[in-house]
Ligand binder design. Structure first.
Ligand code: XMP
Length: 513
């Protein structure tokens, strides 16, 4: 397996994704956790040093532990990874006036195992750069294998020691051949076989869960979404009746969702399920609150309370299972000492385990959404369930900017169901990463029949994305949007105007709060 040493780049997880696409299992670990003991235990066949926001010129900037270089596995440094390799192995890095962001062209100057079958010497290729510092001199043993105008050391190699470093980002799609270079590194250079599949993951995960849990009891919180459902089914396959699921219905779910979860788990899978109906409790605590982070905190804290109380009734529970995915981890917590920034406090990560004094089982922690879906299919979950758009833990509460009330939640549920129904009928559901309606705290004047109306504005949002980290708005045909608007205004009392959100992420986020 391969190890990705993370220096906090926003795109580190894309490296992992590309490696899995090449059929190689890998894990991402923060740079400050990777030392000799870690390496001996992990036994990586290939090590990749990620990019990161720091400058190697500042004194406190992160470095790879010396053991990474001594360990002997092939190393590939990307962007900051290249700079830290140069700084640590005797090269030189300088802050440059010529910062390079975005597309750049590089010239291949020498053949290398890294480029084998992909790039010939003398050819020119598009790559994606994002760096301020640049390498000034390379360590002994290294040679330049590609250069660009802004980065004379765009790619360097020490073929004897099998240490490679690139200033550009091969993991992003804007480096069109990047995936092939990464595949070369893990397969040709490091000799990993590329036969890793979801079926293999399923077997490994089941074995790991059994080893971790033994004969202890496990509690799993179901949210109604794909992630926690896949986690629950996987764990149930591993340990059967030792698993009990708790489903807290916050009253902030979409139309029909609660019922479906109960049907699927109790009836189809025969998984023991505690169903807590807590709508009044949640809406009661949310009354009068309009700050987005406060809403998230209230829902998170209450969820923990309710869950804790129910879980307390299950005797001898030792483990808590969560369907945490990799993007949840990166967007929610900064590693200790790590540089990534908290954008929103997603409540599905953290909180529960500390409070409940339970150990965590998180079998999906290294996976991306589409990989979880593939695993769900592998486990036989129904296609319409597995293919569901992601839904945030705080639910409709963060799709009702301002105060949340039952009346608003009901209006939104109805409008959202119509919107999704139209999307499905148009055959567009699977082309979209996430589509939903947002009920705005703005009223506008309208005219229906001969009557004046003064009702809410509803915003429709639909985005494409591969991982939720970046997103583009979906370019619906105008006729489609017009038809949705008409149907929603005709069928949902309380909405008299519909608008479409054409903001990408960044600078917007997918949700409105
Ligand atoms: P944003 O809005 O941050 O969303 O661009 C990225 C992805 O995360 C989901 N999301 C959340 N999921 N708890 C969750 O479990 C949350 O608090 C939360 N906020 C956003 C969002 O739906 C999208 O898929």
């Amino acid at each position: 397996r391969a190890l990705i040493v993370d220096f906090g780049s926003q795109v580190t997880q894309l490296i992992a994704r590309r490696l899995r696409e090449a059929g190689v299992y890998c894990e991402i670990h923060p740079f400050n956790r990777v030392d000799k003991a870690f390496l001996d235990d992990f036994a990586p066949k290939a090590i990749i040093l990620s990019g990161g926001p720091a400058s190697v010129k500042t004194e406190t900037s992160p470095r790879a532990d010396q053991s990474v270089y001594d360990y002997g596995a092939p190393i590939l440094g990307i962007c900051y990874g290249e700079q830290t390799i140069c700084a640590q192995l005797g090269g030189d890095v300088e802050s440059s006036d010529h910062r390079e962001f975005g597309r750049a062209m590089i010239d291949v100057v020498k053949s290398s195992q890294l480029f084998e079958g992909v790039w010939e010497p003398g050819s020119r290729h598009q790559v994606w750069m994002s760096h301020g510092d640049r390498v000034n001199a390379i360590p002994d043993g290294f040679e330049i294998i590609a250069k660009s105008e802004g980065a004379p050391f765009a790619a360097i190699a020490d073929e004897a020691r099998k240490i490679y470093a690139v200033q550009f980002h091969p993991e992003v799609v804007h480096t069109p051949d990047g995936a092939k270079l990464l595949a070369n590194f893990v397969q040709k250079i490091a000799g990993l076989t590329g036969d890793w599949t979801m079926a293999a993951f399923r077997e490994e995960a089941i074995a790991q869960i059994r080893a971790q849990v033994g004969d202890a009891r496990v509690i799993c919180g179901l949210s109604g979404g794909v992630d926690s459902s896949v986690a629950a089914v996987l764990i149930h396959e591993a340990i059967g009746e030792q698993l009990t699921c708790v489903f807290v219905d916050t009253g902030l779910m979409r139309a029909g969702e609660g019922e479906e979860v109960v049907r699927l788990f109790r009836d189809s899978y025969n998984i023991p399920l505690i169903h807590v109906e807590a709508e009044d409790l949640f809406l009661g605590k949310l009354a009068g609150v309009d700050d987005p982070e406060k809403k998230r905190k209230i829902i998170g804290a209450l969820f923990i309370d309710v869950f804790d109380k129910e879980a307390g009734k299950i005797e001898n529970a030792e483990f808590l299972a969560q369907g945490t995915l990799y993007p949840d981890v990166i967007e929610s917590v900064s590693f200790d000492g790590g540089p990534s920034v908290t954008i929103k406090s997603h409540h599905n990560v953290g909180g529960l385990p500390e409070r409940m004094n339970l150990k965590l089982v998180e079998p999906l922690r290294e996976l991306f959404k589409d990989e979880v879906r593939a695993l769900g299919r592998e486990l036989g979950l129904p296609e319409h369930f597995v293919g569901r758009h992601p839904f945030p833990g705080p639910g409709l509460a963060i799709r009702i900017p301002g105060e949340v009330t039952k009346e608003k939640a009901d209006i939104l549920r109805k409008a959202d169901a119509i919107y999704l129904d139209e999307i499905r009928k148009a055959g567009l559901y699977d082309a979209i990463w996430q589509a939903f309606a947002v009920l705005l705290p703005v009223r506008t004047v309208g005219v229906m029949g001969d009557e004046r109306t003064y009702d809410h504005v509803l915003a429709l949002r639909a985005v494409t994305s591969t991982d939720g980290m970046t997103a583009d708005y979906y370019p619906f045909p105008h006729e489609f949007l017009g038809a949705c608007a008409t149907r929603i205004i005709n069928e949902v009392r309380g909405v008299n105007r519909v608008v479409y959100d054409v903001t990408s992420k960044p600078p917007g986020t997918i949700e409105w709060e």
